[in-house]
Design a protein around this ligand. Structure first.
Ligand SMILES: Nc1ncnc2c1ncn2[C@@H]1O[C@H](COP(=O)(O)OP(=O)(O)OP(=O)(O)O)[C@@H](O)[C@H]1O
Ligand SMILES: [Mg+2]
Length: 165
């Protein structure tokens, strides 16, 4: 069963979203999976850039839209997926999606909700809603014990309002 923290984190700027990602980074462990959803331009890549910075990744993190998967090395390896351009679930095998999730790094998956059946049982889903102007509301949907642990630790780290339902 999923635990939903509605609008658990509010970002008022690109810098806020980056900072939220940086706050998540120290909480991450090998094998963790974070799925990011939200419209085009919601801030999924921006959040990932913050995570990368927090993991001590030096190289530039860009959107993997055309590559589907970009890998970076920091305190932990970061596997940054963008599934937007995948047409069918069987193409996940072509990119070794399932093997990569278990390769010992942290996986961040943009547009993972396109293939809900492919997401691991235990993960944290972040739904980024675009509010007015530059405001973004992050709803955390924790699936499984590790997802719940990450969600509550992240909210505490950001010091944000929680609204469990
Ligand atoms: N609060 C905010 N957080 C993040 N980005 C914001 C915010 N307000 C405005 N922006 C702008 O929204 C855009 C977010 O772009 P980003 O590439 O991170 O989105 P995305 O969700 O990854 O999109 P895509 O679905 O195309 O991959 C940037 O242009 C950024 O400047
Ligand atoms: Mg993106």
């Amino acid at each position: 069963m999923a635990t939903t923290l509605a609008d658990a984190i509010v970002s008022r700027s690109e810098a806020d979203t980056f900072a939220a990602g940086r706050a998540l980074a120290p909480l991450l462990r090998p094998g963790d999976v974070v799925a990011l959803s939200g419209d085009l331009g919601a801030g999924k890549t921006c959040l990932t850039k913050g995570v990368a910075a927090g993991l001590g990744i030096q190289e530039q993190v860009t959107s993997p839209t055309f590559n589907i998967l970009l890998e970076h090395h920091g305190r932990l390896d970061l596997y940054h997926f963008d599934l937007y351009r995948l047409q069918r679930a069987d193409q996940l095998e072509d990119i070794d999606f399932f093997g990569t999730l278990e390769a010992g790094g942290v996986s961040i998956i943009e547009w993972g909700e396109r293939f809900p059946g492919a997401m691991p049982d235990d993960h944290l889903a972040v739904e980024i809603g675009i509010a007015e102007d530059e405001c973004r509301h992050f709803t955390l949907v924790a699936r499984g014990p590790r997802g719940r642990q990450l969600a509550s630790a992240w909210v505490a780290a950001v010091g944000a309002r929680t609204d469990a339902r």
